[in-house]
Design a protein around this ligand. Sequence first.
Ligand SMILES: *[C@@H]1O[C@H](CO)[C@@H](O)[C@H](O)[C@H]1NC(C)=O
Ligand SMILES: *[C@@H]1O[C@H](CO)[C@@H](O)[C@H](O)[C@H]1NC(C)=O
Ligand SMILES: *[C@@H]1O[C@H](CO)[C@@H](O)[C@H](O)[C@H]1NC(C)=O
Ligand SMILES: *[C@@H]1O[C@H](CO)[C@@H](O)[C@H](O)[C@H]1NC(C)=O
Length: 883
Amino acid sequence: HVTLNTHLAHGFHTGQAGRGFFCYYRLPLSIRVFLEAAIRNCDGFYTTEGDVENILDWQQQQDKAEVPFTPARVLLQDFTGIPAMVDLAAMRDAVAKHGEDPSLVNPKCPTDLIVDHSLQIDFSKCFFICRTETAVKNQEMELIRNKERLQFFKWCSKAFKNVNVVPPDVGAVHQVNLEYLSRVAQVSDGVIYPDSVVGTDSHTTMINGLGILGWGVGGIESEAVMLGQPVSLTLPQVVGCKLVGSINPLSTSIDIVLGITKHLRQAGIAGRFVEFFGPGVSQLSAPDRTTIANMCPEYNATVSFFPIDRVTLKHFKKTSEPLSRLAHLFPQRTDRKALMFLQVIEINLSSMVPHVSGPKRPQDRVAVSNMKADFQSCLEEKVGFKGFHISKEKQETRVPFLHCGQEYQLVHGSVVIAAVISCTNNCNPSVMLTAGLLAKKAVEAGLTVKPYIRTSLAPGSGMVTHYLNSSGVLPYFSQLGFQVIGYGCATCVGNTAPLPDAVVDAIKQGDLVTCGLLSGNRHFEGRLCDCVRANYLASPPLVVAYAIAGTVGIDFEKEPLGKGVFVVYLSDIWPSREEVQQTEEDTVISSVFKDLRGRMEKGNTFWNNIESPDSVVFPWDPKSTYIRCPPFFSNLSKELPAPQSIENAHALLFLGDKVSTDHISPAGSIARASTAAKYLQSRRLTPREFNSYGARRGNDAVMTRGTFASIKLLNRFIGKPSPKTLHIPSGQTLDVFEAADRYQRDGVPLVILAGKEYGSGNSRDWVAKGPYLLGVRAVIAESFEKLHKSQLVGMGIMPLQFLPGQSADSLELSGKERFSIVLPESLSPRQQLTVKVCAGTCARLRIDVIIFQHGGLLRYVAQTFLRSGSQPRAGAAERAPCP
Ligand SMILES: *[C@@H]1O[C@H](CO)[C@@H](O)[C@H](O)[C@H]1NC(C)=O
Ligand SMILES: *[C@@H]1O[C@H](CO)[C@@H](O)[C@H](O)[C@H]1NC(C)=O
Ligand SMILES: *[C@@H]1O[C@H](CO)[C@@H](O)[C@H](O)[C@H]1NC(C)=O
Ligand SMILES: *[C@@H]1O[C@H](CO)[C@@H](O)[C@H](O)[C@H]1NC(C)=O
């Protein structure tokens, strides 16, 4: 499809498109994904030729041009999915009322709705916490209301094209996305293109580790994508992260992931894309990559992108076939040095040498190669964090003792405790597998662990035990004495059995500095045992290695680990990264996939048994307090309405600076005194059954009443934080909803006055829909949070900005004036409009005119439908090429 547009194609080959051509082969691969999507979706409306050229001209346009991005698919969770699906269902109603075919209303792109644990939590809460009589009723309520939502989802999955519902209990969203929904390439209408996604899950960015561009968005943004509107973003700056050198064999995935994260954190790359390249990348496994990608918030990058390569394909168990079809986008053999980046950060993987921490504090890191020398210096140093002050003549003390009839010796540095622990913050399977494979090779080489050393294995979860067992390493752990002692971080340290008396006596007799080694927790949990004075944190395989050596006073490079059949060095038995990755792919990942498939089947059985209507339009249940048909499409007409001027509006609210989305559309519980509570009570619900705003976002009546119902809302009409406002004509103080309702009944349009950064904070579904249904036509503020501005436009509310330097105060507004805004026949972006406030003053306008003109995105999509019988850009076949 690069050749789809001849003008552009001409430009690619001749450079005559001027600014763009020479750049294509040097574009970062993540930007090529943008470019491809822009060309494929170029309709001259949402995505224009100018957008394509801006992307092609990335070098000049980065951080400047606003560009559209049409992701291949949308990922929704059940909570965020409800309002989006309810709107589409309502649109079907509206279209049917006008005599058109409602079955044509569908999401524009594949939409996966994952009914994750948020439903299940409700169940388990009831099962485990409350078992009283009333609780049983409560539980029934939960079941009923979940049933209602599940039935609605079931209807959606049957009625809509492009909607796939993943049933409850299959897995967490990000897991299902990584393991089930992701593709190397998407294929539709014979076009093969790269997968990409926006999702309402905060872990969406993990997917970039698999070469799939994606990030998290709010529910309202994902709904816009479903309606066919691309995501709009500033063309990102891309920082190249070049990985060179080879990974130190003793380093684990965790060392590498944390090492790379640390480098990136120091690089100051907030708000940028990171793209990995260089000869070192292929050493990172798919799980390493997704972990790094998931840690984006730590270094404030928007995404960390690992272009598709052999490792990715192997993970997907794919041959290179689909990749070859995407070869122009993800070249495998070109010299990636040729790509341009804003900046290149080079990370030498060899520089990430393995460390242990100790002997007294976790922050005292010692390179493993330096361990012997460091311990020796600790013996000599005077007492402190790194000193035990053992006199010269006592440093060579040896104390013989008997254990189970055998004679052994203890010296300074002898290991007496070795605990392999897999904690939640250390759960990368490859690390435990490395330890297991090391144990296996040690046993095969005839090595043993001295029996007086207290060895233990705490796998952290049954899952870890399961994969250690299925990869076949568990028996070797036990042969070395590492028996499974239980699960969980909290217990693992305390669970270590006391040291043998003979060992304790020998330590006391020689005043010895003996050592405990512990993997897992990054914090010292306190000493392992009173008489063990040196405590080190090390990776699980190093714990095994030091246990076999029996001492920390060893230089693994120069000294053998022990003597089995032959003299054995650590490097002889340390498993290679390839071997570990292969084992991980074969046992852990394949069993996770298998497990997921099993749960999917079970989930589907459950799902198939849910009853739901077969109708094309949804049969709304008037009794439902969770799912209601929203009035967005009332009064819809086939004709596009001319922009309607606003005459004699009142200010509903007079707000200050930094009014956040939390003030506009509070989440959380529904206060008993609120209008939402009154509504629910009128529907015969008791306060216990109110549930939260979050759970009720499929009900516009609750959500509209909840708009501006935050008790923290500081409204200058009231003068103190409160969810109330002044109804100006009557002078009465009312709940915001009640005031708005009265204005609406009197036919009075509304505006909101605000200060700086209106609409900051997390995206919420109802931040624009709520004010729209309250009758708000414009928000006049000193400045807007960018995302919120586009949300307002999307609902047909005008975001108007005071001219620079002006504010409500500088214009001496009391808020009680009447506001009139005359709109010209046609609006152009960044146009200045006059807002008449008694005597005339000015506010500046900068809005996305087309969408605005037609009363917001929802109504626009529905109207286009009525006129043409199809949504805008209704699919490849109907799409006209760029002019
Ligand atoms: C990476 O570091 C190692 C050891 O410090 C060095 O030998 C190697 O040359 C470096 N590699 C590159 C590509 O800089
Ligand atoms: C990331 O952004 C947050 C908030 O914008 C800031 O507080 C923090 O210092 C940033 N961290 C880095 C590593 O840039
Ligand atoms: C390990 O797997 C074997 C067979 O697959 C099974 O019999 C055994 O119970 C498992 N052991 C553990 C500790 O899970
Ligand atoms: C519906 O349309 C009629 C006629 O165009 C108009 O008078 C009325 O105000 C509209 N109602 C709403 C809620 O927009």
